[in-house]
Write a protein that binds this ligand. Sequence first.
Ligand code: AHR
Length: 499
Amino acid sequence: QTAQLTIDPAFRVAPVDRRLFGSFVEHMGRCVYGGVFEPGHPAADDRGLRTDVLDLTRELGVSVVRYPGGNFVSGYRWEDGIGPVGDRPRRLDLAWKTIETNAFGLDEFMTWAGQAGVEPMMAVNLGTRGVQEACDLLEYSNHPGGTQLSDLRRRHGAEQPYGVRLWCLGNELDGPWQVGHKTAAEYGRLAAETARAMKMIDPSISLVACGSSNRGMPTFAAWEATVLEHTYEHVDYISAHTYYDPSDGDQASLLASAVDMDAFINDVVATADHVAAKQRQRRRLNISFDEWNVWYQARLQADLDRRGWVEAPALIEDTFTAVDAVVVGDLLVTLLRHADRVGVACQAQLANVIGPIRTRTGGPAWRQSIFHPFALTARYARGTVLRTEPVSPRYETAKYGDVPVLDTVAVHDESTDELTIFAVNRGPGDLPLDLDLRGLPTLDGVAHLTLAAGDDPTAVNTEAEPDRVTPRMLPTPTGDGGRCTVRLPAVSWNVLRFA
Ligand code: AHR
């Protein structure tokens, strides 16, 4: 069967916000220690930042990085991570049953973010702490000087305020696993009061209220509604988190994960708009999809049970397959398609902990399979997202029912008149795709890149073989008055470029 796609530049969704290409650095496992930070490593700079990981972060095209958690933030005292390193306390991190040395903290993260060229997105602790500590952290970070905390920052070497614009009001407080877990009403009140106070200090910041930890939570949607009843007028985003687990071996469903993400986004938008309607709010809230990825979650508990309290243990260091990379590419397609309502998105996490970048402590850093769809999407998704209505064959999945084989998004860069189509073939056979570039008839094909998993679905990148899964070029599509046919390989994620 053949699929069809019509592209018309008149049907616009929204400009692509670079903040959709975010990532996440949590004090978890070896994301910080042995990942972005490893004093004494041959590639570390004089502050202990791994320059090989910095290079890969820049190559990945990451725009914004969320820090310091995650579940970690819900028990974190941010002051532990500033000042002379020798004076910093060692603490129990209850979230990951880990000893936190605090050798890396806020000032090190801000230096790292500057080197990486990324915007910082900070989270405050609303698990074990509250309004005052959030205000203290904001004052330390963003107030120019002349107060105890801002002058402390200056004494620590940062004369200019960090000017952090994006702030998360806690993390996953709907989850019973969260230190300081709360009901929606308890969290909503605390988040609203924290938001009000933080905006008194710096009205230019944007705030993210916690949505549900995932769409399967028993409180999903009711949580969002209650939290937004309290916070709507004070916040700018509601968060969403989701992970797709390949552990059960159901590849057909895994490949349709983006169908679930799509429905999740629609549900959160509907819930936020319902609160807006009730409260007669004109302003519409957007989603901060600040944790998303593929994650072999079944392995986490075993990791935690296996040991006592240690520093920076290897945690959830999943090695991603070629199929996982196709799924990650498709999740990016979905985020882009919702560019009108998803304003921020962070893949979780950056290094080692389910990350696109993998390192060996004391050894090299390499690109996992999922690195490639992220890097190419960040590079080529520039301009305006166009609305598309693909016509596609369908297939049956155990988890999501009947789903389309083809998933697509198109991005038109008006400044250069370039068109990029990201297209996923979820099916086990090659898929011919007829393209009708209506309204852009003079464009011709420039490249067809594919990351195809059909031949070797379980292929992975390892330290010994770091480039086994990489995108490859296919024959360039040739336009004929705006019409052409391309062939999408079995189980593949594709970039089709026209100029
Ligand atoms: O990214 C790993 C963890 O997943 C985060 O700490 C938490 O927020 C989520 O449950």
